[in-house]
Design a protein around this ligand. Structure first.
Ligand code: FAD
Length: 439
């Protein structure tokens, strides 16, 4: 992992820049966490703005063409509405991976998701700004008064009473001076990145038969690696059949030793990711019945980043909290996905499961940014250890956290609270239950 080399310094002159909006709740980053936060805040009566650096809502759902959802037996609320909208638009497929019950895993079509998420966010009354990246914050004492965005119109200010950092990487919190951690305790190494891609022209029935016969194409994959035809440092092929006939999605490339917050690293990762995509596609065409005529139809516009910073808040969720399913009186979201650490350095995946059928709880206090009265985190970068992060990061759970944080932000504004720490968590949980969340 490397920072971009610095050749020298330039003193930027001070300048006056325009304030273009003011709101109650400003949410930065429109991934699952940010969508949850923004829609929840707006539905609770807050004038809400959502700022996103790409041109669609969804973050890793759309810009990362993730296309797969892990089981969500203990998440409902806004996430249920999203899945139902995908299903109603013909863009959701259970695939028969898990239990047939509602809340089983499934795949979704990322193009359908773009359109349904547009409707979902805009109809809630949220004002969005696409192609706007937050590059600075305005901090006064223990409050963040607003942010500076950069777009084709240059630098502009958005002011807000409450700020929600849903950037995945914790950009807003770090710019506000909140401390953060990154990676494993021993060496700071983070989980690998993945360039997700899709193939079309697949013979679905024959490909499914091949997948079953050679569990996830594993023997063929390992044989190809032994022959030197595949250099991807991943031990297996993670594939999913998509809702559209003849289309499959692959979470199979593995780009190691890169940091998603470094310019050089994300640039190199995009190029290495596409190199690996070509390699995996060639492997499938050559070795797997059903893929002979398949072609790569899409690579993700942005490399999939599993892990970067974790923002210090009032509490750090630990592996013990996950595995021993510790209850919290200020729980705002539930999860049951296991600690799932894709090796930061090569092959292998560490899996540590909470007890079957139980859920763990995410407390509100792990979203309240240290030292700031009006900044909440609603993203994979909430305060957790490297191990706990590897369980929490799954999209249904992150969206549920966002929903909790958005409601909290709106309540703080409505009640005129000076600090997020003054919010009555019983009221917050009642509010969440009323809107259908499982807490
Ligand atoms: C390869 C891979 C495979 C995964 N597999 C699964 C899976 O199968 N199922 C599952 O449920 N989860 C999976 N996950 C996990 C999941 O996708 C992420 O943990 C989840 O998307 C995190 O949501 P988020 O809202 O915190 O962040 P993100 O989805 O990363 O969204 C953050 C958003 O913030 C925006 N942003 C960032 N910085 C700024 C800024 N400064 N200004 C403005 N906007 C900004 C980004 O453009 C982005 O849209 C996977 C993740 C990866 C990378």
């Amino acid at each position: 992992m490397s920072s971009t080399p610095v050749l020298g310094f330039y003193e930027e002159p001070a300048r006056t820049i325009p304030v273009i909006a003011e709101c109650d709740v400003l949410v930065v980053g429109a991934g699952p966490g940010g969508i949850g936060a923004a829609v929840s805040a707006a539905r609770n009566g807050a004038k809400t703005i959502l700022v996103e650096r790409f041109g669609s809502f969804g973050g890793t759902w759309t810009a990362g063409i993730l296309s797969a959802i892990m089981p969500f037996p203990h998440v409902r609320g806004l996430f249920k509405e999203v899945v139902d909208s995908w299903a109603a638009a013909g863009g959701w497929n259970d695939n028969g991976w898990g239990a047939k019950d509602y809340g089983a895993s499934g795949t979704y079509d990322s193009e359908t998701a773009k359109v349904t998420l547009d409707r979902f966010v805009v109809s809630s009354g949220v004002t969005p700004f696409f192609f706007a990246q937050v590059s600075a914050v305005i901090r006064e004492g223990s409050r963040v008064k607003g942010v500076i965005i950069e777009s084709k119109e240059g630098r502009q200010v958005i002011l807000a009473k409450m700020i929600v950092d849903s950037s995945g990487d914790g950009d807003v919190s770090v710019l506000a001076g909140v401390p953060s951690d990154k990676g494993r305790d021993e060496d700071g190494a983070v989980q690998p990145m993945t360039m997700i891609f899709k193939m079309t022209g697949v013979d679905d029935e024959r490909a499914m038969a091949s997948k079953k016969a050679d569990r996830d194409f594993t023997k063929a994959w390992q044989a190809a690696k032994a022959r030197g035809e595949v250099t991807v440092p991943r031990e297996d092929v993670l594939s999913s059949r998509q809702p559209r006939a003849g289309e499959w999605n692959f979470n199979t490339t593995r780009i190691i030793n890169k940091d998603g917050t470094k310019l050089r690293d994300v640039t190199d990762a995009m190029i290495e990711g596409r190199r690996q995509v070509a390699e995996v596609a060639a492997f499938l065409r050559k070795n797997i019945p059903g893929f002979e005529n398949a072609v790569v139809s899409e690579t993700a516009p942005h490399i999939g980043v599993r892990e970067t910073r974790r923002i210090r808040c009032d509490y750090t969720v630990t592996a013990k909290d996950i595995v021993e399913v510790v209850p919290f009186e200020d729980c705002i979201a539930r999860g049951d996905w296991f600690i799932d650490i894709h090796s930061p350095t090569g092959e292998g995946t560490v899996r540590i499961h909470p007890p079957a059928g139980k859920w763990y709880e995410i407390p509100f206090r792990c979203t309240r940014a240290q030292g700031v009265d009006n900044l909440l985190v609603a993203s994979r970068c909430i305060d957790s250890t490297h191990e706990a992060h590897a369980a929490i990061r799954i999209t249904p759970q992150v969206m549920a956290i966002g929903e909790g944080v958005g409601a909290a932000a709106a309540l703080c504004v409505k009640l005129g609270l000076k600090s997020t720490r003054d919010l009555d968590v019983k009221l917050l949980r009642e509010t969440l239950r009323k809107q259908g969340a499982m807490v």
